[in-house]
Design a protein around this ligand. Structure first.
Ligand code: ADP
Length: 541
């Protein structure tokens, strides 16, 4: 028997309408690329989204199902695009500004973007490839300085287009299963693959992560959205802030540690997000120059790479600011798990508590996870048995855009994450490696992630990446690629071996260490293991 409740589509338009109705006066503050500060309200956002809808449909000929690209920093116009584009039935395709020209060209042609909204400061990146872009009819420039020129053709200006447009627009009726956003995976392995989000998945993801066990936001929070809007819909935060009524602060390109600290101070930020590299930089800068008065920041939510126990402890002890770890992927919208302590952990020592917080955590309601071992069996939740992490749920991909490749999906409908993890008896998942990175030496697994975390807690190490290198006897051995805190210092391999021997078995300790000035990184700031392996293979390390 079917229930007797209204069929009410869960769309991002309903979030926009709710933000306007419930929290009209809450603020969206942007620190723009030119250093200026812009402030307006959820009510203003609503009006401008209606103007944008008129522009899209009447001036740019956008119709349902069209793919519309954005190539921009975090700021209010980008938030308008997040809501305005899907509200007319088109798809907001956020293009990662940090990819190579080759990848950007591939993505724009593959997704068939019809219009691209681009920040003036990023135009040079598109100029390089514009000749090869097959489907783009218009480039709409945002935040252009007075003197602005470009070799791009068919250029329009965002504010000129909106100026004088009607603030009346009747939203079309959409299905909650219509596509609303698109993001390509950053391509750590191979060519980028498109992930197409639905209104429903976006709505449910945002609603769920706003809850106390997850991001824990309410209408007294002032939130700094550091995670780029060009990457996985900024982890859903532009939606979640309208749901919770939290003020939203957007830093655009002001992402240096000092700039972030100054925004944290000026805007009295209470919650923020970001990848570990950002928070490591902020922590180091605050240690050198502790902010006065004390920051209002209570929590920072970290994902994308592991939040280390040492950073959790440092921020706790030195500044009383809590790091909360989340795990996710572009394919999971992105958030899948979060690690927060529960009342029964209270009796544990501080160290034991930090160990739990350094795990990736428990799944959100709406997500299921399992770990599958080498024999295809679902692993015990014993905190020890490693296997591939597989997930399914209301905001997990069921297929990549325009491809029938099913390599990442199991026959029984789970998504294969390519991460290797354990789950403990309390249900806390802990990533031990990615499938591609695991080192198998003499038939035994070695976790490169664990070695990296340990090496990075050595006082003389700034960064450490560990890769597998071929070895005649053992099949593979780990190689540690290290950036020292003091470039001129000589640190012997023996120091590291001794240091690691406290936590690792002999066979797990790398025999080889190379010292570099910088570890190669992917477009989103993770260690680029593919590139490190390539450099090693060519004898360039
Ligand atoms: P994002 O950059 O948002 O994490 P990607 O799809 O580029 O999304 O990368 C996803 C991968 O990043 C995961 O499969 C996992 O390997 C890694 N990752 C994400 N969050 C964490 C975390 N908290 N700890 C360790 N690895 C993580």
């Amino acid at each position: 028997m079917e229930g007797l409740i209204m069929d009410y589509p869960l769309t991002t338009t309903t979030i926009l309408e709710y933000g306007n109705s419930a929290f009209k006066h809450k603020k969206i503050i942007s620190h723009l690329p030119n250093g200026s500060r812009h402030e307006y309200t959820f009510g203003d956002l609503h009006k401008r989204c209606k103007q944008l809808a008129n522009v899209l449909t009447h001036k740019l000929g956008v119709t349902k199902g069209d793919m519309i690209g954005t190539f921009a920093w975090n700021h209010y116009q980008h938030v308008e695009l997040y809501y305005g584009i899907p509200s007319v039935g088109a798809i907001c395709h956020t293009i990662n500004i940090r990819l190579s020209s080759h990848q950007t060209e591939f993505i724009i042609n593959h997704s068939e973007d019809k219009v691209i909204f681009v920040d003036a400061s990023l135009v040079p990146l598109l100029e390089k490839i514009a000749g090869q872009l097959e489907t783009v009819e218009h480039y709409v420039i945002m935040n252009a300085p007075e003197k602005f020129s470009t070799t791009l053709l068919n250029v329009l200006h965002y504010e000129d287009l909106l100026e004088g447009e009607s603030e009346e627009f009747e939203w079309p009726t959409l299905s909650e299963n219509d596509a609303c956003g698109m993001c390509y995976t950053s391509g750590t392995t191979g060519l980028p693959k498109g992930v197409l989000y639905t209104h429903r998945s976006t709505y449910l993801h945002a609603l769920t992560i706003s809850t106390p066990n997850a991001a824990n936001y309410d209408n007294s929070d002032i939130v700094l959205l550091i995670v780029p809007q060009f990457h996985v819909m900024a982890w859903g935060y532009p939606y979640l802030c309208l749901i919770t009524g939290s003020d939203m602060v957007l830093p655009s390109s002001n992402l240096q540690p000092e700039a972030i600290i100054s925004i944290l101070q000026e805007e009295k930020i209470t919650k923020a997000n970001g990848v570990p590299t950002i928070w490591m930089g902020v922590y180091e800068a605050m240690k050198k120059n502790p902010p006065r008065p004390k920051l209002a920041l209570q929590e920072y939510l970290v994902g994308g790479s592991a939040l280390t126990a040492s950073l959790i402890k440092g921020m706790d002890d030195d500044f009383g600011i809590k790091g909360v770890q989340a795990w996710g992927m572009t394919e999971t919208s992105p958030l899948g798990t979060v690690s927060r302590l529960q009342p029964h952990h209270e009796k544990l020592s501080t160290e034991e508590k930090i160990k739990i917080r350094a795990k990736q955590g428990i799944e959100f309601p709406g997500i299921e996870m399992r770990v599958v071992d080498n024999n295809g069996k679902v692993a015990e939740r014993d905190g020890k048995t490693m296997g591939e992490l597989q997930v399914k749920g209301a905001w997990v991909i069921k297929s990549y855009f325009k491809t029938n490749n099913r390599d990442n999906f199991t026959d029984d409908g789970w998504f294969r994450t390519g991460d290797v993890s354990t789950v403990d008896s309390d249900g806390y998942m802990h990533i031990t490696d990615r499938t591609k990175d695991l080192i198998k030496s003499g038939g035994e697994w070695i976790s490169s992630v664990a070695l990296e975390s340990a090496l990075m807690s050595h006082p003389k190490v700034k960064e450490a990446a560990v890769i597998a290198i071929p070895d005649e006897k053992w099949a593979e051995r780990p190689l540690a690629v290290i950036v020292l805190t003091d470039e001129d210092e000589v640190v012997l391999d023996a120091n590291f071996k001794e240091f690691l021997s406290r936590d690792f078995a002999n066979y797990q300790i790398p025999d080889n260490y190379v010292f570099v000035n910088q570890v190669p990184r992917t477009s989103v700031g993770k260690f680029d293991k593919k590139e490190i392996r390539r450099l090693y293979a060519q004898g360039e390390l």
